[in-house]
Unconditional design. Structure first.
Length: 258
């Protein structure tokens, strides 16, 4: 299978797209370029997820101005996209390297799902080619976490155990007007059309590291083949999830998205 590269331009810049695309292609890699649509509330990143999740996609390059990368809505959209792509490739035992090529001044600290992204100042084509064919280890997590961006049906977060079963599940979000507004339990990878929720709870308030999250949860037992699905309204700036807390003990995971 011939590997390919997806080049995401944060601004509509045809000359830059051509220049970077040609630089990558000269090194022998197939390169597809597109302009990022900054509309995460409409799940505009859904087509990007579909491209990144293809088995042939070997590297994701994000290029543009650092000031664009610093914009909250763009960071959230990129982070959610990375979350879904990482999950899809890891499920098949693959790694998806991410390369950042940013110019100018602005926030370059990546959100958590892009924490391993490699910044490149020059020699983009050579760096991408090296990452494309170098073997990469798949990072193991004690949880599964991905998103389903469904225009018209909303943004769904899917979480579940990687190995050890969970006794119940909880998902919380932080952000202006961000909250869960629907949930369900079912087979991993498929949002259930019907399910039975055991002791569902809504509107929980959690405070972690000084930040407040709004959370929903259930007490259904989850095997590694099952997931908890939560629809998220608003723009989630951070996520918290994990097994449903018992008494005063909680083993929860957090992801910053901006």
């Amino acid at each position: 299978m011939k590997k390919s590269v997806l080049l995401t331009l944060l601004e509509a810049n045809d000359p830059l797209a051509r220049a970077l695309g040609q630089e990558i292609s000269r090194m022998g890699a197939d390169c597809q370029a597109h302009f990022w649509e900054d509309a995460p509330e409409k799940q505009a990143f859904a087509p990007v997820i579909a491209e990144l999740c293809k088995p042939a996609c070997g590297v994701w390059v994000i290029a543009g101005n650092a000031s664009s990368f610093a914009r909250t809505s763009i960071r959230i959209g990129l982070a959610l996209t990375a979350l879904a792509a990482r999950h899809a490739h890891a499920r098949e035992g693959r790694n998806l390297p991410v390369v950042l090529s940013l110019s100018g001044q602005g926030e370059i600290r990546p959100p958590t799902p892009l924490a391993d992204a490699e910044p490149v100042d020059r020699g983009l084509g050579a760096k991408v080619t090296a990452r494309l064919y170098a073997p990469g280890s798949v990072q193991a997590f004690p949880y599964r976490c991905t998103v389903h961006a469904l225009p018209g049906l909303g943004l769904w977060l899917e979480t579940g155990p990687a190995d050890e079963p969970w006794q119940g599940a909880l998902t919380g979000v932080r952000g202006v007007n961000a909250r869960p507004d629907a949930h369900g339990v079912g087979q991993a990878g498929m949002i259930p059309s019907r399910c039975t929720l055991r002791h569902p709870v809504q509107g929980l308030r959690l405070t972690l590291n000084g930040a407040e999250y709004t959370a929903w949860g259930v007490q259904n037992d989850l095997s590694p083949a099952q997931s908890y699905f939560t629809r998220l309204a608003g723009l989630p700036e951070a996520l918290v999830f994990g097994p449903y807390p018992s008494d005063d003990e909680a083993e929860l995971y957090t992801l910053n998205l901006c």
